[in-house]
Ligand binder design. Structure first.
Ligand code: NAG
Ligand code: NAG
Ligand code: NAG
Ligand code: NAG
Length: 330
């Protein structure tokens, strides 16, 4: 690891030691972190241009209009107007660990909540090409996260084999924007509250099975939530039944990695006067279309049964051990 020392930031080193990353894995991620930081300043002018911001906000208003009840519309629109709209449009995140809970072959659908308990969450994520600073249309965005009590679907060790809640795919539109509905994630031991995502391009939609096939993965990342919102969620129904103490963003090594030179925290807006009305999370994410992350997504150097792709699994799964078994497909 010493030979890489000059390249690696403190955050990456800390995270590497915590998750037993190989030097190759560290180098891979570090390259992306540097590239993302370098493009941040390059793209910020373009992303802050008035017409670009206005288009972004118009699309966000459409999402709100589709999902927010009439009685709350005025509240949300007023809040949107007051918000600093510039804060959410200049964010570029580097690649971070895929974690042990990626399954693949998820359904293309706009609502991944499957009616599970929890506070509604609308995701308004925009994807920006870090090489051109333009939005990335026709990317397929893969989302997965734990439910409101910290459990991932699709894993035997979680008691959820064959289930698919809180997993799904949606394409980006011509503005590079992906909209999806879910329930606000909870948390589990060793990690701050987060949403996993991957961006795929150049694949095809199988309209019969509603899945995405082929193509390549160009980005793997995690989106975090603001602490002031999380502390409200802590007290909300079902979240407050979780016996695991929630880890703060500042205590999470992967948060530090994702945030190095970037902002990995979404802009979160309430969708009504009560938190049970739901939230809207907005973020812009930089992706490098020439970067092939397909192997990293499917297990990286560790691979199934190997040293694992990193990321702290919830209790019951040995740290650094193999991916949880169950209905997982590599
Ligand atoms: C965002 O900030 C830039 C300057 O940093 C300004 O020119 C632009 O008008 C702002 N956009 C909005 C929508 O406030
Ligand atoms: C989360 O999923 C687990 C496994 O299906 C389930 O037992 C639990 O009730 C779910 N949490 C909520 C709040 O629905
Ligand atoms: C691959 O996807 C990118 C981004 O969506 C697009 O610009 C490019 O034209 C695609 N290439 C092919 C061969 O389809
Ligand atoms: C991306 O990587 C995968 C896995 O190694 C490979 O099968 C695929 O051909 C690569 N795609 C491109 C466009 O390089």
């Amino acid at each position: 690891m010493v030979s890489f020392a000059a390249l690696i930031t403190a955050a990456l080193v800390a995270s590497a030691m915590a998750h037993d990353m190989s030097p190759a894995e560290i180098a891979r991620r570090n390259t992306h972190a540097i590239a993302a930081r370098a493009t941040l300043s390059k793209c910020s002018e373009k992303l802050k241009a008035r017409d670009f911001v206005e288009r972004r906000l118009a699309r966000r208003d459409q999402l709100i209009g589709q999902h927010v009840q009439k009685r709350n519309l005025e509240f949300v629109q007023d809040l949107s107007r007051r918000q600093d709209t510039n804060s959410s449009v200049c964010i570029l995140a580097p690649e971070v660990t895929v974690g042990p809970y990626y399954l693949g072959a998820e359904l293309i659908r706009e609502d991944i909540s499957e009616g599970g308990a929890g506070i509604p969450l609308l995701m308004d994520f925009q994807f920006i090409d870090v090489n051109t600073c333009n939005p990335v249309p026709q990317a397929m965005i893969d989302i997965w996260h734990c439910n409101s009590t910290g459990v991932y679907s699709g894993y035997e060790v979680e008691g959820t084999a064959g289930e698919s809640f809180n997993r799904g795919l949606q394409p980006t539109d011509s503005d590079g924007i992906m909209h999806m509905k879910t329930s606000f994630p909870g948390w589990y031991a060793g990690r701050a509250t987060h949403i996993h995502l991957a961006a795929h391009i150049n694949g095809t939609v199988n309209t019969e099975k509603m899945i995405y096939e082929g193509g390549m993965t160009t980005h793997i990342g995690q989106v975090f939530m603001p602490e002031d919102i999380l502390s409200q969620i802590d007290t909300a129904e079902t979240y407050n039944t979780n016996k695991v103490t929630r880890m703060k963003n500042s205590e999470d090594g992967i948060f530090a990695e994702e945030s190095t030179g970037n902002n990995a925290v979404a802009d979160v807006t309430m969708l009504g006067a009560s938190i049970t009305d739901g939230f809207l999370a907005t973020i812009s994410i930089g992706i490098d279309l020439s970067s092939n992350q397909t192997d990293a997504l499917n297990g990286g150097a560790g691979g199934p049964g190997g040293s694992g792709p990193g990321g702290a699994p919830p209790s019951g799964v040995p740290s650094g051990g193999p991916r949880p078994s169950g209905s997982a497909s590599a």
